[in-house]
Design a protein. Structure first.
Length: 294
């Protein structure tokens, strides 16, 4: 039995959460094209007959512009200090840029095998993929270089098989029916936040957060109440939309994800609340998993 921990790191928007969801075959981490979508460490537990792999999806590492981004970076770097393998993911088409190099310099300080994961190889020829592999094979000391498409499930089985070779032989850490370290309330709130980010696009800053105020599960239905927290009053009109149309669409799409995840009928209530300093209120900040360590 091979069991170990694997951290997925990289700059924003390279597909880290998409890869985690693909490996687990369930939507656990939300995705969008906005930097800062993932804001805390989400463990996804993969099990098969001969292995257990604890994947850690991390916030995209970027130059911090505020307290939230600084804590997100701290979380990402802390995740690589005690794992068996680090998956350093880049966009295969754009390659390794200055921001990626900054992350790599941190990884060099660790005695952990680092794989270069070339994501988004769709529409790339084998020749182009090979050129990218050759370019970085000698430039950096990667243990493995693996091209994949997290979106379209290309080479994911090869990635898993390669990871297993680097894991220690030991018993499972978690039971086979455990999927993640985060709560159902957190996952439900994230489903709503994802729809806010996707439907409002660039009109809403990524700092919007969502918090599950009520979660009651009965035999046939789950009652959920999620508050969308914004920092400026003028944003509320955008999220609510004309005659409440946008908020209704956000709720409808989030509910569909919730029902698929839970396997039950969901009654979802959403509303918007303006809270300029929500990070100062412990219940919101703690639920994000972003407590600042001393």
């Amino acid at each position: 039995m091979r069991t170990g921990a694997v951290s997925i790191v990289g700059i924003p928007n390279v597909g880290k959460s998409t890869l985690l969801n693909r490996i687990l075959n369930v939507k656990l981490a939300i995705t969008s094209n906005k930097a800062g979508t993932t804001r805390n460490l989400i463990n996804g537990i993969y099990n098969d007959e001969d292995s257990q792999i604890i994947f850690v999806d991390t916030p995209g590492i970027n130059k911090p512009l505020n307290k939230l981004e600084n804590l997100m970076n701290k979380k990402s770097y802390s995740s690589i200090s005690d794992v068996d393998v680090v998956l350093f993911m880049i966009d295969a088409k754009t390659g390794i840029g200055k921001k990626d190099v900054a992350v790599l310099n941190k990884l060099k300080e660790l005695d952990v095998p680092v794989f270069l994961i070339l994501n988004k190889i769709d529409n790339m020829s084998n020749e182009d993929i090979f050129k990218v592999i050759v370019k970085y094979k000698d430039e950096f000391e990667f243990k493995e270089i693996i091209p994949i498409s997290a979106k379209n499930n290309k080479n994911i089985d090869e990635l898993l098989a390669t990871i297993k070779k680097y894991l220690p032989e030991q018993d499972r850490i978690y039971s086979e029916d455990e999927l993640t370290n985060v709560s159902l309330k957190f996952i439900m709130a994230e489903f709503v936040r994802e729809k806010v980010l996707k439907l409002t696009r660039d009109e809403i800053p990524y700092t919007v957060t969502c918090y599950t105020e009520n979660y009651e599960e009965n035999e046939d239905i789950v009652n959920i109440s999620v508050v969308i927290i914004i920092e400026r009053e003028n944003i509320k009109k955008i999220i609510i939309g004309k005659k409440g149309a946008m908020l209704k669409e956000i709720g409808t799409r989030a509910r569909e994800d919730m029902e698929k995840f839970l396997g039950k009928k969901v009654y979802l209530e959403t509303y918007v609340k303006t809270l300029k300093n929500w990070r100062d209120e412990e219940k919101y900040f703690t639920d994000l998993g972003l407590e600042e360590s001393e």
